[in-house]
Design a binder for this molecule. Sequence first.
Ligand code: FES
Ligand code: FES
Length: 161
Amino acid sequence: MPAVSFRFTVNGSAVRVAAAADTPLLDVLRNHLGLRGAKFGCGLEQCGCCLVLIEGKPEKSCGKALATVAGKAVVTIEGLGTRERPHPLQQAFLDEQAGQCGYCLPGILISAKALLDENPAPSRAEIATALDDNICRCGSQVRIIRAVALAARRMRAGEVP
Ligand code: FES
Ligand code: FES
């Protein structure tokens, strides 16, 4: 396919990318825009490590064609927080040591953010269900669920750790 110019926003900034319409959004983010937080895992929409928010909903960027995000708002893990000002979820993951290799965590944090945006007081079962699309091969699920619950509690209490 010939390259076409597409405009959308990423983490609040307007971007314009010239690429074939069927280029996976994950490739665009990583290779055109230098945002390497979202990871390539399976490339088959099965592992969740490439998740990003599109219009606030978690979507697997390996399976999203560039043309489908034209005019839309994309948020990647880089848009959640910074090293100096981490998102409460990021701080809770650090505090709970939730993760080993970390490869799955960008996608898990995106799923968790989408959950807490809709449901600030999720039960353990609701957290587990929200993370159904995320595979953690290191087996860190228990600490990951604990970290999401901790972030939710802190956010409800108005704490910014
Ligand atoms: S790389 Fe997209 S779901 Fe696995
Ligand atoms: S921490 Fe290694 S895959 Fe989840």
